[in-house]
Write a protein that binds this ligand. Sequence first.
Ligand code: MN
Length: 283
Amino acid sequence: MKKRSVKQIIAGKASSDGAGVRLTRTLGASPSSRHDPFLLLDEFGSNDASDYIAGFPNHPHRGFETVTYMLNGEMLHEDHMGNKGRMAPGAVQWMTAGRGIIHSEMPQQEEGRMRGFQLWINLPAKDKMCEPAYQEFAAEQIPRVNLDGQGWIKVIAGKLSLAGQTVQGPVRGIATDPIYMDIALDPGQSVELPLPGAHNALIYVYEGEVLLDSREVSSRQTAILSDGEQLSLQAPGDGPTRLLLIAARPIGEPVVQYGPFVMNTSDEIRQAIQDFQSGRLTD
Ligand code: MN
C-alpha cells in the first residue's frame, strides 16, 4: 500500500473575517491554495475577547458547505429560517448551504478562551442549489478510538478501523464522502491510518508538530498530502501534538468564488449576487 507524503505546506496567515474576528487562514488565503473539494480552512480564537467578540453577524452562503468545530468557548448560530443552535466545546455543525442560507455566528461569552475551526467544502454542480440542511452534534455524540498510551482519534465524519476498534462519525450523507478527524498524540507516539486512495487529503496541525513520512509539519500549517492508502504520523515533540485530518472525494469541476458564493460559472455568481441583493437568495 502506498503511503501518503507531504506534497505542499501552506503556512497559516493572520487574517480577519466577519466583523473583525482574528483568525489563522491556511487553505483559501488565495485561489491557488485550495485542495478540491476544500475551499478554505480557518482556525479562529484567542484568549482576548476583543479578538472575537464582534463575531460573524448576518451573512449569506450559496453553493457549498461550512463545517464548524469548536474547541473552547460557545457560539450561537441563527439563520433566516429561524434555526438556532448553541455550539459548546467539542461540538460540530455541518451546514449544507445549498441554494442559500443567511445566518450569523456569534460568541456567547465576553471573556475567556474561544477557539475552533471552520472548513469550507465545495458541493458538486448537481447539489449546489439543494435545500439547505444542518447536522449538529455535541461533544458526547462524537465517538473516539483510543490509541495505546494517552492518544486518541475523534471521528466526526467517515469511518475508522484501528487497534481492534471501528467507529463511524455521526455526520452522514455528505456528497463528497468526507473524513474529518481530530487527532491527539503523546510525545513520541506514532500511528498508521488507512485512508481511501481516491480521496484528496490534508492535515492541519494546531498544537505541537508532527512528522508525516519523516517531513515535519508545525503548528498552524496545513500539509496537502500526496495520493496513497496509508498515512503515518509521529509526534516528535516534548509536548502534546494535536491535528485535524481531513479528506474527501475531489469534485473535478470549475470553481468560481465570490466571497461567500461558490459556483461553477461567472453567470451563476452574478445570479447569486443579484438574488442576494433582491432578497431572493434563500427563496
Ligand atoms: Mn457563515
